[in-house]
Every structure is written in C-alpha cells, then in structure tokens.
Write a protein that binds this ligand. Sequence first.
Ligand code: TYD
Length: 227
Amino acid sequence: MPRPTRERPRRHRRASDDRCPKGLFVCFEGLDGSGKSTQARLLQEALGAPALSLREPSKGPFGTAIRATARTGRLSPLREHGLFLKDREWDCHHNILPALKAGITVVMDRYIISNIAYQGALGVPLHSILEDNLDFPWPDLTILLELDVPKALARIRDSRGECGLFEREGFLRKVSAILNILELPNVVRLDASLGEKTILKKVLKIVKDLTDANGILAEHRPRMRQG
Ligand code: TYD
C-alpha cells in the first residue's frame, strides 16, 4: 500500500507546528447528506478573511481518477485507499501546506476521517488507515456533523434524487458505526439536524475560542474509543 511519504513519524504533525505554522486548519466531516459542504462554505464566507476552501477527493489528478472510478465501477478497497492517500499527498503538497504556511485559513470538506470511515467500512483495518495518514498535517479543528442514516438517506434523496455507489444504506450504516466509535483529537461533534444557522453559530463560536486559545484544542494523539 503506498505511503504518503518515505519517513513515517510516530505522531501526526500539528497543523500549527514549526514546519507548517500560522494558518488555521479546519475540516468538516460527516455522512453524505450531513451538510458538510454547506457549513464549509458558510464558514468560509463568515470568516471574512482570506480562507482557502478545499474538498477531498480533490480536483487534482488522483482526485479526478477517484471520481472517475466511482462512476465506472469500484476498485478493490486497498487500491482505492491507495488512491485517496495519493490524492491527499497531492492536496497537501499543492494546496494545504502552502496555504497554512502563508497564514491562510484552510477549510476542508472531508479529509482523513472520511478515509478512516469510508475505507474502513470497506474492510481496510482502521489502525492501518490511521498509520498511513500519519505524515499529513492534523487539523486544528474537525467539525463532525452527526446525522442518523435514515435522515442522511432522506436528505440525499431529496437533494440529489437518487443514491450513487457511495451512498447505499448498508454501507452508510457501516460508515456511521465507525464515525461513532472514533475518538480523535480536535474533533467537535455537532448535531447535523439542527438548522444551518444554528450550526454555523456554534461553529463560529468554536473557531473563535480556538483562535483565542492559539489554535490548541487538545492533545494530538489519534486513538479509538474504547468498547
Ligand atoms: P462526493 O460526491 O464529493 O460526496 P460528498 O458531497 O458527500 O462529500 O464524494 C466523496 C466521496 O468520497 C464520499 O462518499 C466519501 C468518499 N471518500 C472516501 O471514501 N475516502 C476518503 O478519504 C475521502 C476524502 C472521501
């Protein structure tokens, strides 16, 4: 399985450490239909300062290949996982790290937690996915929008008319089960069934508190919830 880089440190880099300083690194995660993309956009607009809005799979060569395989038929879970890692490596090198180093806030729609939950649901071991991601900068804040699967499916049906390959109920249940057991640093869980404005207000408060505290929310040691 491809590695993000040659050397593998024991811990995630903090987005705000010496090697990748300054810009705040915020991610939105959650099931399809949880409203991540909307909240990422609203946050970027509300920040009023220069902020780079990105999503994974990215618009780069590997992200484009991933979207193409989603249309034409799935790769094996391990090959797909390898492509997501390549895409993240590309995204970090070309977009995320240059922006953070320039002091620009980065707002992501999906990142490592999607990798853990979605490829984990396909059978790739969770701990190995975590390890494969250790070289990438860990977000200062991840907002995990929690929504139960029936509501997520209803929203997907209402907004997109049908469910694609990524969106089958049984699969989403597995993804949701993994999201529920993850216990990772700097993650704040919010109820995705609250209204858009209420969620945005909460997100802005969390971002303000974080900025006031110099971008430090918690210890950066990835781990799983017990039990
Ligand atoms: P997309 O159409 O962008 O969905 P959404 O609007 O819900 O984000 O498809 C992205 C899909 O890629 C989504 O179903 C989750 C999946 N994904 C992975 O499987 N692994 C990953 O590492 C990432 C970043 C996304």
